[in-house]
Design a protein around this ligand. Structure first.
Ligand SMILES: [Ca+2]
Ligand SMILES: [Ca+2]
Length: 236
């Protein structure tokens, strides 16, 4: 074998190694998305068989419906008082407790439909979440509807920048012990003295979601192991 041939073989082997290493890196990057985005459900209510332990500050206006949700059963709020601040749904215990691991990595999801605005609409109120506990109280406020809606999906990050923490409260302390979680059910204020039909809202698919922290250390180790294995094979 001539020296030129030996040089060519060395060059080709080096190029092959480079391509293999590049291929391994590309595979690692593609799989990183799967590893990082493995969300899981901490707690869930689909209301498909009953109210699933949800209560309300006004049970007389809250009922379970077996059909018409998104899909199937849902929690239905039928306003009787016209008072915008009157209707909240209160979560069962499976949604409560230590939310610390969700901080910056979790979210609250739910679907709602303003089935009917009712008559004599004075104004609309925004979708609102409230969490509270020994550490204080925090509120998330969305965008007020402007009329009846079909089922809409909401997703709120569990991160301090998305919520308003009441004066005297502490975000980390609050998350360490969430003892109450409420979702506002009433988004329509009827005109004072109005006697007509009032607003109706549907609530479905409430979920507390956790996004695990990226396993970057494991991913790097796997990539290094893959590269070393490929080099070992090519080196023969
Ligand atoms: Ca449902
Ligand atoms: Ca109302």
């Amino acid at each position: 074998m001539t020296s030129n041939n030996i040089l060519l073989i060395v060059l080709l082997r080096t190029l092959a190694k480079s391509y293999v290493i590049l291929l391994v890196l590309v595979v690692c990057i593609l799989f990183q998305g799967r590893i990082v985005r493995a969300d899981f459900v901490v707690a869930e209510s689909t209301f498909d068989t009953d109210l699933d332990g949800w209560t309300s500050n006004n049970l007389g206006e809250t009922s379970w419906q077996s059909a018409g949700g998104n899909p199937d059963g849902y929690l239905r709020f039928t306003d009787l008082t016209a008072d915008l601040a009157n209707g909240f749904a209160t979560a069962p215990s499976k949604f409560l407790g230590d939310w610390s691991s969700l901080d910056g990595l979790g979210r609250v999801e739910w679907d709602e439909s303003l089935i009917d605005t009712g008559e004599n609409v004075d104004s609309f109120g925004a979708p609102t979440l409230i969490i509270s506990g020994p550490g204080g109280r925090a509120v998330w406020i969305g965008t007020a509807p402007t009329g009846s809606t079909t089922w809409e999906a909401f997703s709120v990050p569990i991160s301090e920048s998305s919520w308003e923490v009441d004066s005297g409260g502490n975000w980390n302390a609050l998350l360490s012990s969430v003892t109450e979680f409420r979702i506002q059910l009433e988004h329509v204020l009827q005109s004072p003295g109005a006697t007509g039909m009032k607003d109706i809202l549907g609530l479905d698919n409430v979920r507390l979601i956790q996004v695990p922290e990226p396993h970057s250390g494991l991913l790097i180790l796997a990539c290094v192991a893959g590269i070393l294995a490929c080099r070992s094979i090519l080196d023969g």
